[in-house]
Design a binder for this molecule. Structure first.
Ligand code: IPM
Ligand code: MG
Length: 359
């Protein structure tokens, strides 16, 4: 009997439950086609967990994730919880789950789907060939440093501390070099070494690690310049590695290059094979419940899970091919449709992809 893979499913808020439901159909179809077995367990997280359990990250949710082989996450957050105190915000749950599960590396691929070129705000000739991955450090830096307020003669002062240890930098650098090795062997390390001490250490450590990867071409790019180069020469980037906050900003920019944020998947990884997989897009509360959201990013997150956690490459190929086939046939959800009147809904898109999957 094939070994049963346990997947914690966190649907979350807004369009999360709709898009996750389609991804679960893809899991089912994979079982039928390839004979794999998945055991899914649903757990509450984010805004819905605040409403039902009084905390964005309930203890039992963490347990479900810790006993799983991988986590599939929809999206969390929404205006309903935006004015809550810090402890009762979905975002706090997100940071908490990353830290608790040791997910120090966030991988966000951004590439152009040929048939969706017209969806980008950039000129097609600038985008031509763009296929990059942002590797963002996820459990350190200013997000997790000491934070406090104090009274001063000039009124209140707020402090956010940015700290990075050599260990934290080295493990993310190695992961980025390893990924670059499987691709075009180019790594851009992004920092602000002309100003920040953490960036100077970052650069030192990355240079040291690079000695073990002589086959990977390394460039150092200052973050402001990188923001610019991403718009000017996106196709020249292969893998970008950077610290938490720079990565937050640059990965949104990179995603938007493709003009189809509803299409992009992401993985958050630790030391082993375990990973948390989620679409790059958010909970889109404005369209939640209408059945018009695009399930493709979540479906492609399943493909990424198959590749990075389970090593089910054939099944991942099958999903990615099905998505391409459905898009090539002209089917579009509203977010990627040029003529909105022809757009199809979440269920229809999910079904088309499931039907197009083949062994
Ligand atoms: C992301 C998000 C989160 C982050 C927020 C919601 C806390 O922007 O995953 O990129 O800043 O990490
Ligand atoms: Mg972000």
């Amino acid at each position: 009997m094939a070994d049963v893979k346990k997947i914690a499913v966190i649907a979350g808020d807004g369009i999360g439950p709709e898009v996750v439901a389609e991804a679960e159909k893809v899991l089912k179809r994979t079982e039928e086609l390839f004979g794999y077995q998945f055991e899914t367990e649903h757990a509450l997280f984010g805004g819905i967990a605040i409403d039902e359990k009084g905390t964005p990250l309930p203890e039992e949710t963490l347990k479900v994730c810790q006993s799983a082989d991988a986590v599939l996450l929809g999206a969390v957050g929404g205006p309903k919880w935006d004015n809550n105190s810090k402890e009762l915000r979905p975002e706090t749950g997100l940071l908490g789950i990353r830290k608790a599960l040791g997910l120090f590396s966030n991988i966000r691929p951004a590439f152009i789907f040929d048939c969706l070129k017209e969806a980008s705000t950039l000129k097609p000739e600038v985008l031509e060939g763009t296929d990059l991955i942002v590797v963002r450090e996820l459990t350190g830096g200013i997000y997790f440093g000491e934070k406090f307020r104090r009274e001063t003669a000039n009124g209140q002062e707020a402090v956010d501390t940015c700290a990075y240890s050599e260990h934290e930098i080295e493990r993310i650098a190695r992961q980025a070099f390893d990924i670059a090795r499987t691709r075009r062997k180019k790594l851009a390390s992004v920092d602000k070494a002309n100003v920040l001490e953490t960036s100077r250490l970052w650069r030192e450590v990355v240079i040291r690690v690079s000695a073990d990867y002589p086959d990977v071409e390394l460039e150092h790019v200052l973050v402001d310049n990188c923001a610019m180069q991403l718009l000017r020469r996106p196709s020249s980037f292969d893998v970008i590695v950077t610290e938490n906050m720079f990565g937050d900003i640059l990965s949104d920019e990179a995603a938007m290059l493709t003009g189809s944020i509803g299409m992009l998947a992401s993985a958050s990884l630790g030391e082993g094979a375990f990973g948390l997989y989620e679409p790059v897009h958010g909970s889109a509360p404005d369209i939640a419940g209408q059945g018009i959201s695009n399930p493709i990013a979540t479906i492609l997150s399943v493909a990424l899970m198959f590749r990075l956690t389970f090593g089910y490459h054939e099944a991942a190929d099958s999903i990615e091919r099905a998505v391409k086939e459905v898009l090539d046939a002209g089917h579009r959800t509203g977010d990627i449709a040029v003529d909105k009147s022809t757009a199809i809904g979440t269920l229809a898109m999910g079904q088309l992809i499931v039907d197009a999957m083949r062994k």
